[in-house]
Design a protein around this ligand. Structure first.
Ligand code: GLU
Length: 584
């Protein structure tokens, strides 16, 4: 899709007028108060021409070394991702899936790639219900052979590399092969994740890697993974086919069939027939900016667009940042978006998702009229599009894990990758094959196929992709130039973390690092969550007065971003995790 792409043509005309008018305004206001070159005291920030921002220093450095060899942003993304598979294995890897938003600076084109896991042909609508018809306990469902979707990450990276890569595929695997063979120091987060996890022990093969001698790996301990080094060498020489067939495919299939917990069945055919897909980007104009993200089967792009489209009706810039009033409006807009998400969002190859209507600006203006400035809305039903086959769906209450990783990369030519990838919950299904973990992404489906006699859009079906919340996002300025790449882990709260960061930067003119590290809050159409031990805790009484049910809890985003400033690019990583931005 070309820049200034809109889902509906009437918006194009409107946008052009908008653009001319506001471009002059933007130039004047930037000259007065330029947020983009303000000093930024947050950690891990560097001004540069090319940057990798990712969840682990070793991975970010591997990506950066690829950029220094003349690699494109997609080349660096592949190298970074392969190293993350080793050093942050609890979050993402080739046994999982992801979504990638790519911007080509020479073609001024945004493309989105879907590498979401797919349910195998053996999957059935009631596979996450007990014999009595009640939903299985989340971990009983997740730590099993049935939760594993056919991995999509490598196929997606391969098709994106074929289109946009500059360096040979094989070269991109060298850093991860080297680290797998020679070892890396276990980080605090990995050690703590192993320490806290009660389910790894159920899978002896996986446990023997993370708990050698029955003790969790310690911080600073050197961990090697020879089996994974061999897998990477095969993929480096044979392409993604070396993963989707042969020894690795057989090992994935066997791991699901022989799961020591509940057995599942991914067949060799399920693996060999997996396809990554190009999807239409979801773009919306928000004030003077263009925001683009990932369409279904992720709900991320649509939900972010809806929340911003609703909030455009309010003068957020005129409100004190992170005041009770601002948090109230954002939380309420979020509730409306989540009402639509739970009714309509699912794999578009199986369910007719009314995408254009969900992000239509006049629809969102009408939704905004439901917001009450001094009170919470009593009810938040989904919008009604009079489309029988979708409006008759029942909302689903899928739970999502909180692992996952986000990578933002800019190369010297200005090509950008914003990619979120995941194995779903911490250590995924805990099952592993040839040294890498397998996802539990199928628990992102609704456990119920029907509710109150009506079908649920996001029900389990063979060959279907579970709905996601991953929200890799790009922002463009009124001049059409790249401004920002952002995304995060965090289950369904990913959407809230991304929206918070966008509003903090765009409306409140905060710097990238400050916006990322600003306190989190979320509302997925229920309780308003406030980040524990953050400055937002003082808002609790005021929010309660407005009628919010409030809960303070850890809200551990992992926002990794890159932003264009007048002085060059800056990158920033979320201080809540271990990430870093590395520049060239
Ligand atoms: N499985 C979730 C999704 O696809 C991501 C989980 C997480 O962020 O931790 O949206």
């Amino acid at each position: 899709m070309m820049i200034f792409p809109f889902a509906h043509s009437k918006t194009q005309h409107f946008y052009l007028i908008f653009l001319v008018f506001f471009f002059s305004y933007f130039v004047i206001s930037c000259a007065q108060k330029d947020p983009l070159i303000a000093s930024d005291q947050a950690t891990h920030i560097q001004k540069a021409n090319a940057i990798v921002s990712a969840a682990h220093p070793i991975a970010a450095k591997a990506g950066s070394s690829i950029l220094s060899q003349g690699g494109a942003s997609i080349d660096a993304a592949i190298a970074t991702q392969m190293v993350l598979n080793l050093v942050e294995p609890q979050s993402s890897g080739i046994g999982g899936g992801g979504f990638l938003v790519h911007y080509s600076s020479s073609r001024k084109k945004i493309e989105t790639f879907d590498g979401r896991e797919t349910a195998p042909s053996s999957a059935t609508p009631n596979m996450f219900l007990t014999q009595t018809g009640s939903p299985k306990n989340f971990f009983q469902a997740a730590v099993s052979g049935t939760s594993v979707g056919v991995p999509g990450l490598l196929r997606m990276l391969e098709i994106a590399h074929k289109k946009h890569g500059k360096l040979p595929w094989k070269k991109l695997f060298a850093p991860a092969i080297d680290i797998a063979r020679n070892g890396f120091r276990v980080s605090e987060r990995l050690s703590q994740s192993v320490n806290k996890d009660r389910y790894l022990e159920l899978i002896p093969k996986t446990s023997s890697y993370f708990r050698p001698n029955k003790q969790p790996v310690q911080v600073g301990e050197i961990l090697k993974n020879e089996e994974f080094a061999l897998v990477l060498e095969e993929i480096a020489s044979g392409g993604a086919d070396a993963f989707y067939s042969g020894k690795t495919a057989a090992a994935i299939s066997a791991a699901t069939k022989n799961a020591p917990t509940t057995k599942g069945e991914i067949t060799l055919k399920d693996l060999s027939s997996y396809k990554a897909k190009k999807r239409k980007p979801i773009c919306i104009s928000y004030r003077i900016w263009l925001i683009c993200g990932m369409g279904p089967p992720s709900s991320g792009g649509i939900a972010v667009a809806q929340i911003l489209g609703i909030l455009e009706n309010f003068d957020l810039a005129g409100l004190k940042p992170f005041s009770a009033k601002a948090v109230h409006l954002i939380a309420e807009a979020s509730r409306l978006a989540f009402a639509d998400r739970s009714a309509y969002l699912a794999d578009p190859d199986f369910v007719k998702v009314p995408i254009d209507r969900l992000i239509d600006l006049s629809y969102l203006d009408n939704r905004a009229k439901k917001l009450l400035p001094n009170n919470v809305m009593q009810t938040t039903p989904p919008g009604n599009f009079s489309i029988i086959d979708t409006s008759e769906f029942s909302p689903d209450e899928t739970k999502e894990g909180s692992s996952t990783t986000h990578i933002s990369i800019a190369d010297r030519q200005g090509n950008i990758v914003s990619m979120t990838s995941s194995i779903e919950s911490r250590f995924g299904s805990r099952l592993s094959a040839r040294g890498f973990l397998l996802n539990n992404q199928l628990t992102d489906f609704s456990f119920f196929a029907t509710r109150d006699g009506k079908p649920v859009a996001n029900s389990v079906q063979a060959k279907k992709r579970p709905r996601s919340s991953m929200s890799p996002t790009l922002v463009f300025g009124p001049d059409g130039q790249f401004l920002l790449s952002i995304g995060s882990p965090g289950g369904s709260r990913i959407i809230s973390y991304v929206v918070k960061t966008l509003i903090a930067i765009l409306d409140w003119r905060m710097t990238l690092g400050d916006a990322i590290n600003a306190p989190n809050f979320a509302n997925v159409n229920g309780i308003t969550d406030i980040e524990k031990s953050s400055t937002l805790e003082k808002l609790v009484p005021a929010l309660k007065l407005l009628g919010h049910k409030v809960k303070t809890r850890p809200l551990v985003s992992g926002l990794h971003g890159i932003m264009q400033t007048n002085a060059g690019l800056i990158g920033a990583a979320d201080k809540r995790r271990e990430g870093i931005a590395v520049s060239q």
